[in-house]
Design a protein around this ligand. Structure first.
Ligand SMILES: [Zn+2]
Length: 171
């Protein structure tokens, strides 16, 4: 089915079918996450210019958070982080994940089966042929990663996160 869908995506109708398939998988999440983003509409982080972000972030973090870049797989020390604590946005420190939700996906990126849903926004991403669900910090809108429906129980979700977009705060 996945192979067939990828080929079907080459035609407009196929792309539309894929879109609706993706939409049904995440339910009403995009609508809910717009409300999450609206809560921070007047936050100081929203008024920061690209130059100010460059000053605040490392070049690697700027590339991921502000330009939706992807770090090279297997390069994040957070992938092997095992301590208890909280993973916060490297842009603005909004908490995004608890250590209990982290697992080893084997993907080469820190992975979680649950996110603090009230603190993220999502959008469809068409960078690759197959639409993916991008998620970002609800406060500074910094890009974090993509969520896929192939995670472990109990949620079945895999939040595939760029390590450089997170900071770990040990408990
Ligand atoms: Zn943030």
């Amino acid at each position: 089915m996945a192979k067939l869908s990828r080929r079907a995506a080459l035609s407009g109708a196929g792309a539309l079918a894929l879109l609706s398939a993706c939409g049904s998988a995440i339910g009403d999440e995009p609508i809910r996450t717009r409300a999450n983003e609206a809560r921070y509409a007047s936050d100081a982080f929203r008024r920061m210019t690209p130059a100010q972000w460059r000053e605040r972030l490392s070049p690697a973090a700027f590339n991921v958070l502000r330009q939706e870049g992807t770090e090279r797989a297997g390069t994040s020390p957070l992938e092997d982080e095992e301590r208890r604590g909280t993973y916060v946005c490297a842009g603005c420190a909004l908490p995004l994940f608890r250590s209990e939700w982290k697992y080893h996906s084997g993907s080469g990126w820190p992975s979680f089966f649950r996110v603090m849903t009230e603190n993220v926004g999502t959008k469809a991403d068409y960078v690759l042929l197959q639409p993916r669900t991008e998620y970002h910090c609800a406060r500074c809108l910094g890009h974090q990663g993509h969520v896929f429906p192939d995670g472990p129980r109990p949620t079945g979700q895999r939040y595939c996160n760029n390590g450089v977009a997170l900071r770990f705060a040990p408990a």
